[in-house]
Design a protein around this ligand. Structure first.
Ligand SMILES: [Zn+2]
Length: 94
């Protein structure tokens, strides 16, 4: 094994660990602070003491992280695929 192959292998090993770490962190910490209101959830008016809820996060101050959003959409796609299969099977029975 020449040193270049070794380096490439180490690089891919490193990438795998980073991906695993990111997956784990998205599972444990699915939210991040909203980019628009910086996690506050509302905007304060410069006059009076009025506030306006953030439209991007609906006043919650948090949004899903990109990894978690991808995971959720994957889950949804798989579920709809499974439901369609189930429906087909039920139609075949009759
Ligand atoms: Zn917000």
């Amino acid at each position: 094994m020449n040193p270049l192959t070794n380096l490439t292998f180490l690089f891919f090993l490193f990438l795998t660990f980073v991906a695993l770490g990111y997956t784990w962190s998205c599972a444990v910490f699915p939210y991040k602070a909203c980019r628009s209101c910086r996690g506050v959830g509302f905007f304060r008016s410069p006059v009076f003491r009025a506030i306006r809820l953030c439209r991007r996060c609906d006043g919650s101050g948090r949004t899903l992280r990109a990894g978690r959003r991808a995971y959720n959409s994957l889950l949804r796609a798989r579920r709809s695929f499974r439901d369609a299969q189930e429906r087909n099977r039920r139609n075949d029975d009759h």
